[in-house]
Every structure is written in C-alpha cells, then in structure tokens.
Design a protein around this ligand. Structure first.
Ligand code: ZN
Length: 227
C-alpha cells in the first residue's frame, strides 16, 4: 500500500468515531480510511476509548417497558448496523469498481441508473452520487492525464479524497488516499498527473467562484446540486 500523506484532522476522526460527523464528511473519511492504515489504527483506538468510557458508566436498573422501547429503536435503525460493520467495510471492495472503497461503490449503486459521467470541461468529467442529504453535493471527478481544471475559489468547505491516480496544485501533489479540506477563501487550479487519469471523490458545501475570465463557460462549477 502506498503512503498517504494528507489526512483528516484529529477532530474529524473523533467526530467520526462518536458518530456525530455529518454524512458527506463521513463518506469522505470512510473513503480515506480504505487507503490509510494510520487513520484506521487511530480510529480503532478512539473507538476503544469510547467503549471504555461506556463500560465505566455506572449501570442502573430500568423498567421492562423502557428496555423494550430502546431495543425497538435500535432494531429500527439499520444505519447503526452499518456503522458497526464500518471497519470491516473500509478494508474491502469488490463490487462496482475494485479499486474504489466500499463506501464509494455503495454510493454508485445507490445512484443506480442516474449515475453517469458528464463533461464539465475539456479535461474534467463529473458524476454525481446520491447521498440523501442536502448540505453537500457529492460527486466523482475524473481529470484526464495532464488535464487542467479551471482556476477557482471556494466560498464553502470542500472535502476531496483521491481514489485513483494523482493530481497537483500550487501546493502539493496528491495521490491515492490523500484527504484534502478546502476552506472558504482557498483558491487553486488542480492539474491531473501526466501518467494517467485521476479520479477523486468530493463533497462540496456551497457554490465555488470562478476566477478564470472564461469561467462563464463552466456553468456546472457555479452551483451545487445535492442528490
Ligand atoms: Zn489517514
């Protein structure tokens, strides 16, 4: 496994472990965990700390009815089961595309026949995926080898995880598994590596502003469309 150089920060992993991180960010963290042994170990440690805290809590007696109500609620929440299986999940992926993390393949399956690649510019194709939440647009971006994307600024947060290949911007080269967080005010121009296409997962919070004078040609960059 290649070395991953860019990771979610400690606060995000803590929230992910506690189950309080929002959906779009959690999807990106899951995708990163597929590639990153370091964060998987850290998450395991956080999960153990969490269960240790639970086991140290003083038990107290509850009525039979309350116990049954709680059990019924747990049974009614399939996402809790998914969370329990999370650590096994992130390590394996077989179904839709063998190099994608399972979380990504599940999104593609969930989007079903609406999943399709569309040209965003000469060098970039985009395929949106359904997540069922409204705050972020989650999509796969494919940059062709050596392809330039339009220079743009961010007015909201964007999480990106490299799933295949690599790309670079003014600051660094990002390879498989790398996790990037763009903050409002960041401006950059990603470029695909020369040696092959690059596929990224991204979750975009709010419209980005084009700083390229030809920006008006890139309408899809200007708005988000959560599915
Ligand atoms: Zn990591």
């Amino acid at each position: 496994m290649k070395t991953v150089n860019h990771h979610p920060d400690a606060a995000m992993l803590v929230e992910f472990s506690a189950g309080t991180l929002d959906t779009a960010a959690s999807i990106c963290v899951s995708a990163h965990l597929h590639f990153c042994n370091k964060c998987r170990s850290e998450l395991l440690r956080l999960d153990q700390v969490g269960s240790q805290l639970m086991s140290e809590t003083e038990p107290y007696a509850v009525g039979e009815q309350l116990f049954e109500n709680v059990m019924a609620k747990i049974d009614a929440q399939p996402e809790d089961l998914e969370r329990t299986n999370r650590l096994e999940d992130v390590g394996s992926s077989k179904s839709t595309d063998e190099y994608f993390p399972l979380a990504v393949n599940k999104l593609i399956e969930n989007t079903a026949e609406e999943f399709s690649w569309r040209h965003m510019s000469a060098s970039v194709d985009v395929a949106r995926v359904k997540t069922g939440q409204k705050d972020y647009e989650v999509a796969l971006h494919k940059i062709c080898a050596g392809g330039k994307t339009p220079r743009h600024g961010h007015s909201g947060k964007e999480f990106t995880v490299v799933l295949k290949g690599s790309f670079s911007d003014e600051k660094a080269v990002y390879s498989e598994g790398d996790f990037l967080l763009r903050e409002p005010g960041d401006e950059h121009q990603p470029m695909g590596a020369q040696n092959g296409e690059c596929i990224c997962l991204s979750a975009l919070a709010s419209p980005i502003k084009l700083s390229n004078p030809l920006g008006f040609l890139m309408k899809p960059w200007l708005r988000i469309n959560p599915m």
